[in-house]
Design a binder for this molecule. Structure first.
Ligand SMILES: Nc1ncnc2c1ncn2[C@@H]1O[C@H](COP(=O)(O)OP(=O)(O)OP(=O)(O)O)[C@@H](O)[C@H]1O
Length: 211
């Protein structure tokens, strides 16, 4: 899906070679500040490497329209922003960004159930907690149904029990759609339980822990 060769980005990353396989769950672990989010930003073309080549489906990311790429490769950041005034506004904003048709309320409610977010569509997004915003952003991404999900610590604000429930459900959903999932996680539980391919980022490069 993604192939990286001889990447250098500032003095943060110098990745000799990396292959992120399609339709699998890849987990990326590593100490705080090791460059995990920076790697995601490279994959999503929010930043460009100083040296090296990143290919997505055989095409150089540099040659792709970044907006088109981000419709296929959705990054959910650690502290996501929310859009509009209500839960429904937020979910529909994602579909608009992806230039996809609106869906009915029944489908919106179904996606909230996948992420275990017990809010009404008319509820305000203003007072959502950090963990609720994370789940809303996950729901927004799931609705768009991209080829690749880049989830940056998607459950960092959740308690252990909720984390497990949410991970089980979103992974089940993404697997059913046969999509590619890359998760940055501090949780060894998440990496061990769900990672089919686990990579550790250290000193700017990645080593394979599992897979
Ligand atoms: N554009 C930039 N210019 C200079 N330094 C940067 C830039 N972006 C990130 N950094 C630094 O690079 C390092 C890696 O940051 P990054 O956010 O990728 O780490 P991380 O592994 O995701 O950390 P965490 O687990 O704490 O979220 C940090 O020291 C950060 O301050």
């Amino acid at each position: 899906m993604f192939i990286l060769k001889n990447i250098r980005y500032k003095d943060i990353l110098h990745i000799k070679s990396l292959h992120i396989p399609p339709r699998r769950i890849t987990c990326i672990i590593g100490e705080s500040g090791s460059g995990k989010t920076t790697l995601f930003k490279l994959l999503n073309h929010m930043i460009s490497p100083d040296e090296g080549e990143i290919e997505y489906k055989g095409q150089s990311v540099e040659d792709m329209d970044p907006i088109q790429l981000r419709r296929q490769v959705i990054m959910v950041p650690q502290e996501p922003v929310v859009f509009g005034e209500t839960v429904k506004d937020d979910l529909l904003a994602g579909l608009r960004f992806a230039e996809q048709p609106e869906v009915d309320d029944k489908q919106l409610k179904a996606i909230l159930a996948v992420v275990n977010l017990h809010k009404d569509l008319a509820d305000s997004v203003q007072y959502l907690s950090g963990g609720e915003k994370q789940r809303l952003a996950l729901a927004r991404a799931l609705l768009i149904n991209p080829d690749v999900y880049l989830l940056d610590e998607p459950t960092s604000a959740l308690d252990e029990q909720t984390e497990e429930t949410v991970m089980e459900r979103i992974i089940g959903h993404i697997k059913k759609q046969d999509k590619t999932l890359v998760i940055i996680t501090h949780s060894s539980f998440v990496a061990n339980q769900y990672g089919e391919y686990v990579l550790k980022l250290k000193d700017g490069d990645l080593s394979v822990i599992k897979g």
